[in-house]
Write a protein that binds this ligand. Structure first.
Ligand code: ZN
Length: 499
């Protein structure tokens, strides 16, 4: 039944519609009404979808904080400076705001390179990131050091012998092996580059030149004394040149000595090097009669100096204007020897060690020891002394224990080498016989003779001797003696040799 009714209704409707509308209207009714509601639905759906996006967009662009770097986005750090990152800041609606910015910072300022620091800020589903670039760079060039002079003079035709160089870099460390050298005309260029390309250069100039004269060294004193009638024998010389080496054989000696005529003769020693630089030195030879030194007292002091007792003796000598002779060793202060020299006394040589075993073991042993004290005196006074006294005197027998016949050899050898040795004919006995000033005084005064030269042996290291000097001087002056220092012109007193 119901079905029938429906069908009849349907039919009615059809009928009604068909009746009411044209065919065209019939189509429109059927189509327009459902289309309108569809569009509305789409708009609604689109709206529902877009609005949240819009809200999110508004939130993101307006409310989500902006991330801003503090400082530059690219930073260069010069090694070895440290890098402190200044970080980034957050701004929400133009105002700084707090928030946890994640920083990924891998910068290692101890290693050159390019680094990135990443800053990230996250809030709900969103995040923002920024990147900063940091460059650790080395701008410091290496330090190049040249050993020796930078302006070098070499002998003509000679090559410069490298004195050495070194290079260090603040980042690379030792770069000495990386130094490049380039020899040019009269120049050596040095160059070194560090791993960052920083370069350092330096130059050494090489000049070939020889302006230095050869040197001539005379053996023996530059003034020698010759007793009238005695033959002159040349003590010898040596010549050397900075570029040519030994030139002794090229030395020419001019001038002559007439042994039979009193006077002062000059011998000239000359030599030239291959560049024509010429040197000349002279030696004066004084030919004279044996000087009369009767009644002269030569006060001689061995084994010093001693800072206390020698100074005391010097004070007394100064007070009486008496000049004496000091046979020195390596003891005491240089200043005392300098004072002896400056106050007009003769600084003579004893030996350096005064050790019998050392000085009398061999000829070389003796001269090596003598040279030591000779060098000391030369350094202090500027003069080489050729006046010597053998420890124990030339007559000593103790040397027999060390070398048979050594005194016979040495007494001849020293004269050959230009030295004059002096023994004594008045002994103070202060080496053991007496230990008192009175004893020294008595020993000296009883042995003095007016008809001869008196060479008095004393030791300035003994305080009781120092205390006796004033009385001895007063005695000498009161008894017609004069005082003098030993010089190269003084006729020596020699003992007889016993070994
Ligand atoms: Zn002595």
């Amino acid at each position: 039944m119901k079905k029938e009714k429906d069908e009849s209704l349907k039919d009615k409707e059809h009928t009604f519609k068909d009746k009411e509308r044209t065919p065209r209207q019939k189509d429109e009714v059927e189509e327009i009404t459902p289309k309108k509601s569809k569009k509305k639905k789409i708009f609604l759906i689109l709206g529902l979808i877009l609005v949240p996006f819009l809200l999110v967009g508004i939130y993101y662009f307006a409310f989500f904080p902006s991330l801003v770097l503090v400082g530059n986005s690219t930073i260069e750090v010069a090694y070895p400076d440290t890098y402190t990152d200044e970080g980034a800041k957050l701004y929400r609606l133009g105002k700084e705001t707090n928030g946890n910015i994640l920083v990924d910072n891998k910068v290692d300022a101890t290693k050159l390179g390019e680094y990135e620091i990443k800053y990230t800020y996250k809030e709900s589903f969103f995040s923002k990131s920024l990147v900063r670039k940091v460059f650790i760079v080395d701008k410091e060039p290496p330090v190049l050091t040249l050993e020796g002079d930078k302006d070098v003079v070499v002998c003509p035709g000679q090559k410069y012998e490298e004195k050495g160089y070194s290079a260090t870099d603040n980042y690379d460390g030792d770069l000495t092996s990386q130094v490049a050298t380039l020899e040019e005309e009269g120049k050596i260029n040095y160059s070194v580059v560090d791993s960052s390309g920083n370069r350092t250069t330096d130059t050494r100039t090489i000049t070939e030149k020889d302006d230095d004269k050869p040197k001539i060294t005379l053996t023996g004193s530059s003034t020698t004394y010759l007793i009238l009638g005695k033959a002159y024998s040349e003590p010898g010389y040596k010549a050397s040149d900075n570029c040519d080496g030994d030139l002794t054989k090229q030395v020419q000696v001019s001038g002559s000595v007439n042994k039979d005529k009193e006077g002062t003769y000059t011998l000239t020693y000359s030599v030239s090097d291959s560049m024509g630089n010429k040197t000349s030195v002279t030696r004066k030879v004084v030919v004279q009669k044996a000087p009369s030194n009767s009644g002269v007292i030569y006060l001689t002091f061995d084994d010093g100096p001693n800072d206390t007792s020698t100074t005391k003796i010097l004070d007394v000598l100064k007070k009486y204007n008496v000049k004496a002779t000091f046979f020195v060793t390596m003891s005491g202060s240089d200043s005392v020897i300098l004072r002896e020299y400056q106050e007009g006394h003769t600084v003579a040589l004893h030996t350096a060690s005064h050790n019998y075993k050392t000085v009398y073991s061999s000829v070389d042993g003796y001269f090596n020891d003598l040279n030591k004290v000779s060098n000391r005196v030369k350094k202090i006074t500027g003069e080489t002394s050729y006046i010597i006294r053998f420890p124990g005197g030339s007559s000593n027998t103790v040397s027999r224990n060390y070398s048979k016949g050594i005194m016979t050899t040495l007494t001849k050898e020293v004269e050959k080498r230009g030295y004059h040795y002096f023994d004594w004919n008045v002994s103070s006995g202060d080496a053991g016989e007496t230990t008192s000033s009175k004893g020294v005084y008595n020993n000296v005064t009883k042995s003095l003779r007016l008809n001869r030269a008196n060479i008095v042996l004393m030791h300035d290291i003994k305080s009781f001797t120092a205390a006796a000097i004033e009385d001895i001087i007063v005695y000498g002056k009161e008894h017609g003696y004069t005082f003098a220092p030993i010089t190269m012109a003084t006729t020596p007193v020699h003992h007889s040799v016993n070994n």
